[in-house]
Design a protein around this ligand. Structure first.
Ligand SMILES: Cc1ncc(COP(=O)(O)O)c(C=O)c1O
Length: 436
């Protein structure tokens, strides 16, 4: 009988001790109780990630608000943990607005960012008093008209494209000039948008926003962005008399997806940004401006490392070229490897044989459906478990029922307690919305 907790077992997996009883007893317990494939989130990790981030910034930035980008993982139980820690929501769709309200946040706590918002989405933001993070002049005019028609003022910020390359993957590099997001500082587009907003009585200008990308390893891109943004904030004060309530520098902190990696440590980023910020605040004060709050909005950093995808081995096959471990999850369950060639550490649970080079393949009919390519792993047998680490962000959130495979279940672990937080999808779910 193992005396270790489920949390200990998950930690053993993370520490590459998947062969130890703590890991195998936790995984077999979770798999036999809830089935596989299974997303498991460790509450303790979510809390410690949030607190380490908050503490690092709060000590240097007295006016701070930390948002959570719901798109990373919007399960209500995960949201309850982050809301309990004091996070505010950053959303990208009407569905995420509804999700945030359902989780208990007030409308006026929501920041709504999207480069393509429909009339219903703008109307909802106006109705609930969310900050509408405006992406274009067209959207500004629509928001102003919607608010005027409702007899309200819409609170807005503008999403800025700062034209900074933080050296991350092209697909998740959002602040480069050719990206679709935001209003460019270059060419005066952002400046003209603020100037126009000052002419619109139904618009209340509250802040400024940028988000330069995801899985960013270095501080340089953030520092360059902060310099540009804060210089622009001073320009807005000097030339348009605008005092902003907040400057949102986005999310994007990298987490480690490989053994031995560190990701971007919040304290390192906070230390890099603090001198730029205080210098700009001093300049702003000289212009007679009040200091804005610093807003940040990570998604991945809070939840990625809390998540484990537990899969079961169906078959093991050696071809003339490779050995494939075929598991009962695929790119429909965890899309990141197929979509971004993303790396998730894979742990074979319980097996202790000499490691060989193996491909862990999914159960979807696509050649690209390889969850872990060419890894040194002990060869498992049918019925063993392979667990993918760091699957808490953009994991379940991107899952689909492609190949008519129902969605996996989700479980939240707290110490030695596991709670089902989303039941496994059923075949009935696949057809429920069909009308013929
Ligand atoms: C506008 C915005 N904010 C925040 C995030 C969160 O990014 P990350 O999960 O890398 O922290 C994203 C992710 O795409 C985003 O688009």
């Amino acid at each position: 009988m193992s005396t270790s907790t489920l949390h200990d077992g998950l930690e053993a997996l993370r520490a590459d001790r998947a062969h130890e009883p703590a890991a195998s007893s936790a995984v077999s317990r979770l798999a036999s109780t809830f089935g596989t494939p299974l997303y498991v989130y460790d509450r303790t990790t979510i809390v410690s990630q949030f607190r380490s981030f908050h503490t690092a910034f709060a000590s240097l930035f007295p006016k701070l608000r930390v948002h959570y980008a719901l798109k990373a993982n919007a399960n209500g139980a995960v949201l309850a943990v982050l809301r309990g820690e004091g996070a505010a929501p950053e959303v990208v769709s009407l569905g995420e607005i509804v999700t945030a309200l359902r989780a208990g946040w007030r409308g006026d706590e929501i920041l709504f960012t999207s480069s393509s918002k429909g009339p219903d989405e703008i109307a909802k933001a106006v109705e609930i008093g969310a900050v509408l993070n405006v992406d274009s002049r067209d959207e500004l005019e629509q928001a102003a008209a919607t608010a005027a028609a409702a007899g309200k003022r819409v609170r807005i910020s503008f999403r800025i494209n700062p034209g900074v390359d933080p050296h991350t993957l092209h697909h998740i590099n959002t602040g480069i000039p050719e990206a679709k997001f935001g209003l460019h500082l270059d060419g005066g587009l952002a400046r003209a948008a603020y100037a126009r907003a000052t002419e619109l009585p139904s618009v209340a200008i509250t802040g400024i926003h940028c988000h330069i990308g995801s899985q960013i390893m270095e501080t340089d891109g953030y520092v360059a962005t902060a310099r540009k943004m804060l210089a622009f904030v001073q320009e807005l004060k000097r030339d348009l008399g605008l005092s902003l309530e907040f400057v949102d520098l986005g999310g994007g902190l990298a987490v480690p997806y490989h053994d031995g990696e560190e990701g971007l440590v919040p304290a390192v980023l906070a230390d890099a940004l603090a001198p730029v910020w205080s210098e700009a605040m001093a300049d702003l004060a000289a212009l007679g401006g009040d200091p804005p709050a610093l807003w940040l909005e990570p998604g991945r950093f809070f939840v990625a490392s809390s998540g484990f995808l537990v899969t079961r081995v169906n078959t093991v096959k050696t071809t003339t070229v490779k050995t494939f471990v075929n598991v009962n999850a695929g790119s429909n369950t965890l899309l990141r490897p197929a979509m971004y060639a993303a790396h998730h550490r894979a742990r074979v649970v319980g097996a202790s044989g000499t490691p060989e080079i193996l491909d862990v393949a999914g159960d979807v009919c696509e050649t690209g459906d390889i969850l872990a390519a060419e890894r040194r792993l002990p060869r498992p047998r049918a019925g063993d478990f392979v667990v993918f680490l760091d699957a808490g962000a953009y994991g379940f959130a991107m899952a689909s029922t492609y190949n008519a495979r129902p969605l996996p279940a989700e479980v939240l672990v707290d110490g030695d307690t596991a709670t089902l937080i989303r039941r496994r999808g059923t075949f009935e779910d696949l057809f429920r919305d069909e009308t013929k």
